[in-house]
Write a protein of this length. Structure first.
Length: 149
């Protein structure tokens, strides 16, 4: 699979299980500080609430999902790429697709997820604020970043 063979398409309900698998694999790698118990409980919300209630775009390689980006307006609610294909440009393609659709973008990312912070910074996002706790009130610092359109 190469970047040129990636196809981005809209989310379909039948994608939920595969995308939650990608989410879990990528989250274990990017967010180990959250712990397995929390990740497993959040996985159910990914399938039941998060994916169906956001504008989600799926990156497919050889017909199979390899990553996705979920948007809430101009806010990136999540960007997850299967760890087996990270570094091949899938994430860049998904962000570029969202930028084309929405113009300016914002997101929040855990400060401890250094790879993601670097990825977004290289793409042109800049930090506009930070907070000490995440959405669940846990003591995990979050950065808010913006990419002008």
């Amino acid at each position: 699979m190469t970047r040129d063979t990636i196809v981005i398409r809209p989310y379909e309900g039948a994608d939920a299980s595969q995308l939650s698998d990608i989410w879990l694999l990528a989250s274990r790698q990017a967010h180990p500080f959250l712990g397995e118990k929390m990740l497993r409980s959040q996985r159910q919300l990914i399938e039941s609430d998060y994916l169906p209630n956001s504008e989600t775009w799926v990156a497919c390689g050889q017909g199979e999902p390899v990553g996705f980006i979920s948007l809430i307006g101009r806010f990136i609610g999540g960007l997850f790429v299967d760890p087996r294909v990270q570094g091949l440009g899938v994430g860049r393609l998904l962000v570029a697709h969202a930028l084309t659709l929405k113009g300016a973008l914002e997101l929040e990312v855990y400060a401890a997820n250094e790879n993601a912070v670097c990825f977004y910074s290289r793409f042109g996002f800049s930090e506009i604020s930070r907070r000490d706790r995440d959405d669940q009130g846990m003591p995990f610092e979050n950065l808010r970043m913006r990419l002008p359109g």
